[in-house]
Design a protein around this ligand. Structure first.
Ligand code: SF4
Length: 686
């Protein structure tokens, strides 16, 4: 990492002069900020969830070792292996050793900030392995030879034209110009790589101690193809990612997508628990988790402990005016923006990353939107203080701070200087009220005039207008009193010591809400009165979509009478599969999400490989909340399945100019056949 003072400033200046970068950043920031604001405005309960999530993360940190031990035991019980890495070098060595033992040559990789943190790609490529990133944004920057500039939108700085040039150079063939064509080209190129991979590497948004599961959220489905198709699955995750139970994971999930992209939920949320089981038709035969410390234990025991609450949503980046002006590369390492300005000095050293805590206006927007209420400005101020105490900051700055402290701790002196300064600046501003040249602020006045103060301090003006100190606290309490009530879920797990978490409340009938939200995720739906109608409905769709009469079909649907000439098989979906017809385990009304589980009759590849997927759900399997589904899974024989896929609409990406394109890697069409046995004849619409 080159992050000396001159290097950071040079990168920032270069970024400020890059008009294309500014345009891309403006577009991305506006999209993320507006969508998040809309989600939080429609659900005031989310503020309560932020408190609950912060408290949960703090409780986990209090007993982190215990939770990690419990997690490790559950992974082993599910047939997987856990490897502990103290630092980046150890983590790289562990991953390389697993790849070597597997005789691996080709690696696919889903998006993982931990793998960026440990410099995994360079190590694997240096060892002669053929590695490809499968997230579209990561794939773009891999081709460009760059690092991510945003933790959830790695190629946010690239325009469509730049991506078109890059693909034409890298893939050969005619240059594509539309976003749909570019996404289609990446899908085509990456498809074979999934099937050829010897090892698939992913990150983990959450680790669940109760079940030993790793959880990833994606919109594209690339992470699922990566971890399902390669014979060996390696998960890389920081130790702070563990939570005790499925209910705890649900609390974090309710905030993650809403804070990150403003989505109600991502298209795919997948829980992976160990390797393929004897009854499974697909999935990896080996499952490894590499747990990375890399300074996290030290952080947990010190003043920066709150930083370990971070769920890597990127909201602080999206709301940061400094990030919005210079983008991610200027920060010099993998974690940019406010969260990076705290994490990078803590991992890389106060001196190495000197400028980052100082490249902040302390406006507080990051803390105001952080879903786990990390006091980022406070942590940044603390880092500055440490730099001051360690005499890392420049001598002039330290001298200025000593003088400032002398004034700020003597109110009579402070107010006298304040009055003097205000009068002086007003005089410098003259009649125009603008200062054109100000010694000591040339960086500002070289580009623009500085508005001059009126000559009075804020306190003088406030006194003149009869304002008093304090604010109306009652108004704040009243606002809270009008919040909708929240349903309280009981944490079913005995060993977690969790308080119940709030759920999102809704009054509608669960099936009505499920249908509305499912359609809102771009899924299509029709109701059938019995399972016997399934083959005819599938045939209608096949003709409408122009597909051959061949499908991968869940085993328990195979006994239906399919039209003559249909080629039905129940095995895993192959590379040329165009259609799968699969049973859903449950529907979740809260978000209009389908729950699919790996079972002998429903291979996981059916959910991600074909271009089109038709799902079958019995109306009486629509549940209100994810917590109801967890209770069902706990009662199920065999417990937690190897894979649980929560699917909310077709595969999609917005990695090129924030434009949504369906069918990024998984199915571009998702159609639901809802079996409603109470349905009157003729009432088939969704
Ligand atoms: S610090 Fe907060 S807002 Fe920033 S990425 Fe982490 S969780 Fe999200």
């Amino acid at each position: 990492m080159e992050n000396t003072r001159s290097a950071f400033r040079a990168r920032a200046v270069q970024a400020l002069g890059d008009a294309t970068l500014r345009q891309a950043l403006d577009q991305a920031r506006e999209g993320f900020v507006a969508k998040r604001a809309a989600r939080f405005a429609e659900l005031p309960e989310l503020e309560g969830l932020r408190d609950a999530a912060a408290a949960l993360k703090d409780r986990v940190l209090d007993r982190l070792d215990e939770h990690l031990e419990r997690y490790e035991a559950a992974v082993v019980a599910a047939g997987g292996q856990v490897h502990r890495a103290r630092d980046a070098a150890e983590a790289r060595a562990i991953v390389l050793a697993i790849c070597k033992a597997a005789g691996a040559r080709r690696i696919t990789k889903g998006k993982s900030m931990v793998s960026e943190e440990i410099g995994l790609n360079d190590a694997l490529v240096a060892a002669g392995l053929d590695l490809v990133e499968t997230d579209l944004g990561e794939y773009i920057i891999q081709l460009a030879g760059e690092t991510p500039s945003h933790i959830i939108a790695p190629a946010v700085h690239k325009t469509r034209e730049q991506v078109a040039d890059l693909f034409a150079r890298s893939h050969g063939g005619p240059r594509k110009s539309t976003i749909a064509e570019l996404v289609g080209e990446a899908r085509h190129v990456l498809r074979e790589r999934y099937f050829q991979a010897d090892v698939g590497i992913t990150g983990a948004n959450i680790l669940i101690a109760e079940t030993g599961s790793s959880l990833i959220v994606t919109n594209e489905g690339n992470g699922d193809l990566t971890q399902t198709l390669a014979p060996v699955h390696i998960v890389t995750a920081g130790i702070e990612r563990v939570v005790p139970t499925l209910e705890d994971a649900t609390l974090v999930l309710r905030l993650l997508a809403r804070s990150a992209t403003g989505q109600e939920t991502t298209a795919y949320t997948t829980f992976s628990t160990g390797p393929r089981r004897p009854e499974d038709l697909d999935g990896p035969t080996a499952y490894h988790v590499v747990l990375l410390d890399n300074g996290r234990s030290r952080m947990r025991d010190g003043p920066y402990r709150a930083m370990l609450r971070c769920i890597r949503c990127g909201a602080c980046l999206n709301h940061c005016p400094v990030y919005g002006a210079i983008g991610g590369h200027a920060y010099g390492w993998v974690y940019p923006g406010p969260m990076g300005s705290v994490l990078t000095p803590l991992i890389k050293g106060l001196d190495t990353a000197y400028d980052l805590p100082n490249a902040c206006t302390l406006n507080g927007r990051c803390a105001a939107v952080c879903p786990v209420k990390i006091p980022l400005p406070e942590l940044l101020r603390h880092l500055r203080h440490q730099q001051h105490l360690a005499a890392i900051s420049p001598p002039r700055q330290r001298a200025a701070l000593v003088l400032w402290r002398a004034a700020a701790t003597r109110p009579w002196l402070y107010h006298a200087l304040e009055r003097l300064g205000a009068r002086l600046l007003a005089w410098l501003g003259g009649r125009a009220g603008r200062i054109r040249h100000l010694p000591g602020a040339r960086g500002w006045t070289a580009e623009r005039d500085l508005p001059a103060p009126t000559g009075h301090t804020f306190l003088e003006l406030a006194r003149r207008q009869g304002l008093t100190h304090g604010h109306d606290r009652r108004a704040v309490s009243d606002e809270h009193a009008t919040m909708p009530a929240v349903d309280r879920a009981v944490c079913a797990d005995a060993g977690c010591s969790n308080a119940p978490h709030p759920r999102l409340w809704f009054d509608e009938d669960p099936s009505v809400r499920f249908i509305a939200h499912f359609k809102g995720h771009a899924g299509t739906l029709e109701r059938l009165s019995s399972r016997a109608e399934i083959p005819a409905a599938v045939e209608r769709l096949r003709v409408a979509w122009g597909l051959p009469a061949r499908a991968a079909v869940g085993a328990d649907l195979g006994a239906l009478s399919w039209p003559a000439g249909w080629d039905i098989h129940h095995g895993p979906a192959g590379i040329s599969e165009t259609l799968a017809v699969t049973p859903a385990f449950a529907g979740i009304a809260e978000t209009g999400t389908l729950m699919l589980i790996a079972a002998p009759g429903s291979p996981t590849t059916h959910n991600f490989v074909p271009d089109n997927q038709i799902l079958v759900l019995e109306m009486d399997r629509i549940l209100r909340h994810p917590e109801d589904a967890w209770a069902m899974l706990r009662r199920r024989e065999g417990g937690m399945p190897r894979a649980v896929n929560l699917v909310s609409g077709p595969s999609r990406t917005a990695d090129i100019e924030q434009t949504i394109q369906l069918g990024a890697h998984g199915p571009g069409r998702l159609h639901l056949l809802l079996i409603d046995r109470s349905m009157a004849d003729g009432d088939r619409s969704g």
